[in-house]
Design a protein around this ligand. Sequence first.
Ligand code: DCS
Length: 481
Amino acid sequence: MPLKALDYESLNENVKKVQYAVRGELYLRASELQKEGKKIIFTNVGNPHALGQKPLTFPRQVVALCQAPFLLDDPNVGLLFPADAISRAKHYLSITSGGLGAYSDSRGIPGVRKEVAEFIEKRDGYPSDPELIYLTDGASKGVMQILNAIIRGEGDGILVPVPQYPLYSAAISLFGGSLVPYYLEETANWGLDVNNLRQSVAQARANGITVRAMVIINPGNPTGQCLSEANLREILNFCYHESLVLLGDEVYQQNIYQDERPFISSRKVLMGMGLPISKEVQLVSFHTVSKGYWGECGQRGGYFEMTNIPPKTVDEIYKIASIALSPNVPAQIFMGLMVNPPKPGDISYEQFIRESKGILESLRRRARIMTDGFNSCRNVVCNFTEGAMYSFPQIRLPPRAIEAAQRAGKVADVFYCLKLLEATGISTVPGSGFGQKEGVFHLRTTILPAEEDMPAIMDSFKKFNDEFMDQYEDQRGYSRM
Ligand code: DCS
């Protein structure tokens, strides 16, 4: 019998090549253990509501009314919903033709794109054009659309930070391009050194790769660093001189846990650089409702904004977006609410501020508890989480642990993370899933478990790590294996 198209052996090789560690071996084993009745602490995915974060009240009220518009005709609606939620719901229903059950424009509802443009203008101090903002099902879909438009074949390279969030490596493999890594400096708090970029580009070119674009993740995932304005200028200058498109992944822009380096958008820095750079560098910036203090991952809402992209290209991207008809409509409303939340004087303002501040302040404390907890462990060093949602400690694995992993047929950090999972139920992602320097090992955990559970989680990690190091560091421990 000849092979059929969906037989494994004859699948598209690009599909088979894709790796995505966030839902990889560790996650699968954790799910198995959970089925067997073990309590698992899922810190492998930045999925705040799954770890108990409560949704913000106001956006849920508005979307509930949009989903159930008959409630607006109920004489008691004013007893159940505040007047500002009712008027926002009516507003959104008035700008969706057919309500939430109808496809929208493939680029997203024009009125929501206008709200996004106003948000960007207010944030950055430069005008933004709603025609250059496309709404997407989460930032992931936007990133994939843009990478798909850029990558023509394996000769096309995309500069990606290492460690990186594996959406990038996975999508580049899927579209048949080449990932060109540039290393972040762990000893400089995961800073980005432009000399590393130059070296990476030179090496890729020597291998016949045409480097076409550069990805930055700011604040970083899994590394948690916030890029300074000076650093962003260097990056934009580099992109200008090397004719690279900059893809600015800014999904964690609300998640900042220090005051020295507040978030600054790539677009703001670009606009501030003046001519010719401000008109030349092609930039696509991404944002989402999944992160920040919203954490509405399941709603799948996102947008991207295009800067200095020629109109004919914008039309092609529109055409491709049209193939999927329309982004999620409820998610578009979430995006509108995220960029245009209640204002001072609105009935829901105080509650909204109380809820959002409560989440952010707790995340800030949790970032500190985790970093300090890891740094108090033997053979573990960890940079402070300046932003985003993750802690990324380096685990100095003793040579005997590395040998034991080899014998077990595992990458050394996978071996360590599996043992951690079995012993404590803490489900992490090994550093090898994000990329790391040869012979250096990490794990990634989110900082999302409930604050009151944190001390116990860190104690249980420490106990496991001590036992692991006891076992593999001294001769007696080694022979007991
Ligand atoms: N970009 C970065 C840097 C991310 O970390 C994520 C999600 C996304 C984009 C995509 O998010 P949405 O598609 O939901 O908008 N981060 C994953 C992670 O590392 N853990 O959880 C999800």
